[in-house]
Design a protein around this ligand. Structure first.
Ligand code: ME8
Length: 504
């Protein structure tokens, strides 16, 4: 199913904690969302891509303390670092939202006041085991017991006992609502993640959640408007960024247009927050639910989820230099992207994708075809008609690619393009244009395939597609409408070596 003209596509990533620089795990989500955003822009949808940083709360307060800085100076500096990484990876976000932005702070104040007015927020005492790294309370069925002490199941660090006054959000009132939407609505994708949340809801009674911290403990946050001794819990604050980004409270018309098309891309670690808690918050505000929550699995390294606390992070800049440029990394991340399964990222896996698909399959074909057009056809090719086998393969690829992209299967979409290029490589070896006395038609066919591949790859490898379009003299087309007919003229100005092979 291909989107029609005039449709709106609003896509978001989680807003990351800027207590440290982003690593390959963050790039995994951000590149996937970028590929989807670029694809939807290319097929003519009015697209808005939101990413940003989650800047309040104890974790950031402590990180700033450790750095000897005021939290605002610390997050100002770190937000710039995030933006720099996303520039390095060619991320085409439309807004980089920060939870310290004024319009967002107003949304948080409004939301908590509104829920308080409706009787959905009440004061109480809280006690429980807290993980500062997750910014989350864990109950006995969730934490690990190690040497008689509760540990965070994600960070494997001892939990902290917290006992304090708080404000609760009446999550318990939304139990039937959550049961119904998770069971009957097609929002969470892949579906098994909805079942995971449903099972958790059914296992035990849904408890109210604490949504405020005493200021004397966590002063770095949005003040609770009706009780200035408290700050808003960082997750309650953070989730609302998706509303701020769509123009909630600042631009009602834009909000009504964008919000119903919201697609939240998240890792499976934050599924509960983005379904149970977020859906209940929206209901409490009488707002519609997002269109989709797209949940992906983890990239793991040496058997553990990649993360700072596991000490197994792969640095984005190291991969950018190993794989030539941002496009090498974007392509590899797209190829290993998996909604359902965790993926172990070994150097040998990444090298083999890069070498066989980008350097050999795409790179060699382009180089050979461009060199041959210059040598054997004075730098130009045209033809009235096309070789039917390649034409059929190209048409099938375009159809398959669009179907896969509309169902978030970016890795399989990239592989479909690689299959087309493999077919073109087989064709060139068969027809041997370097020996032919009049190879123009064969070279024309190959240039057409390169144009199709460059258009389909544009959301994934934008710079490479641009380079191909100027080297061979064509323009990148809408991937839902690439035409594969005779009659074009290709003027080759350069025979680029796109990707140099790496060796182990
Ligand atoms: O949770 N594999 O921020 P965060 C795949 N601020 N994805 C990974 C990953 C890995 N090894 N490591 C990180 C937060 N990610 C909150 C979010 S949203 C309202 C608030 C990605 O900095 C993945 O998308 O801990 C995961 O959900 C996110 O980074 C967590 O980022």
């Amino acid at each position: 199913m291909v989107s029609e003209q005039g449709r709106v596509y609003y896509i978001t990533t989680p807003i990351y904690y800027p207590n440290a620089e982003p690593h390959l795990g963050h790039a995994y989500t951000t590149v996937f969302a970028d590929v989807m955003a670029r694809y939807h822009r290319m097929i003519g949808d009015e697209t808005f891509y939101l990413t940003g940083t989650d800047e309040h709360g104890l974790k950031l307060q402590q990180a700033a303390e450790r750095a000897g800085e005021h939290p605002k100076d610390f997050v100002d500096r770190m937000a710039e670092i995030y933006k720099r990484y996303w520039r390095m990876l060619d991320i085409s976000y439309d807004r980089f939202i920060r939870t310290t932005d004024d319009d967002h702070v107003r949304v948080v104040e409004h939301a908590i006041s509104e829920m308080h007015r409706k009787g959905l927020i009440y004061k109480g005492r809280y006690s429980g085991w807290y993980c500062v790294s997750c910014e989350k309370f864990y109950n006995a069925s969730e934490y690990l017991m190690i040497d008689g002490r509760p540990y965070c199941p994600i960070h494997r660090k001892p939990l902290e006992w917290v006992e304090e006054e708080t404000y609760y959000f009446k999550l318990s009132e939304f139990s039937d609502f959550l049961e119904k939407v998770l069971r009957d609505y097609d929002i969470v994708y892949p579906r098994h993640f909805a079942h995971e949340v449903l099972n958790k809801l059914r296992e035990s009674d849904l408890l109210d959640v604490s949504v405020a911290r005493p200021k004397e403990r966590v002063w770095w946050g949005v003040e609770v408007p009706f009780d200035r001794d408290f700050t808003v819990y960082v997750w309650f604050d953070a989730l609302l960024n998706y509303l701020t980004g769509a123009g909630f409270l600042t631009d009602g018309e834009r909000f009504r247009r964008y919000w119903p098309s919201a697609h939240h891309v998240i890792g499976k670690d934050i599924l509960w927050f983005h379904t149970a808690i977020w859906f209940a918050m929206l209901k409490a505000l009488d707002l519609p639910l997002p269109r989709k929550v797209l949940v992906h699995s983890f990239i793991i390294n040496k058997g553990l989820k990649m993360g700072k606390s596991a000490g197994n992070v792969v640095r984005i800049e190291d991969l950018i230099s190993r794989y030539q440029d941002s496009d090498g990394v974007r392509y590899i991340l797209t190829r290993i992207f998996n909604l359902g399964k965790d993926v172990e990222v070994s150097t040998s896996l990444l090298d083999s994708i890069y070498n066989s698909e980008l350097a050999d399959n795409l790179g060699n074909l382009v180089r050979r075809v461009a060199v041959l057009i210059r040598k054997k056809s004075s730098g130009e090719v045209t033809s009235e008609s096309l070789e039917p086998r390649l034409a059929a393969k190209a048409e099938e690829t375009i159809r398959k690619y669009n179907e896969l992209m509309s169902s978030y299967e970016v890795s399989r979409a990239a592989q479909a393009v690689m299959d087309l290029l493999r077919e073109a490589n087989a064709y060139i070896n068969e027809v041997r244009p370097w020996e032919a006395s009049d190879p123009e038609r064969a070279l024309y066919n190959l240039a057409e395939v390169i144009k199709v591949a460059a258009s389909l790859l544009a959301p994934i490898t934008p710079k490479t597609s641009q380079r191909l379009s100027s080297a061979l003299g064509f323009s990148i087309s809408n991937p839902s409408k690439v035409n594969f007919e005779g009659g074009s003229l290709y003027k080759v100005s350069e025979a680029p070596i796109l990707f140099r092979k790496v060796r182990g």
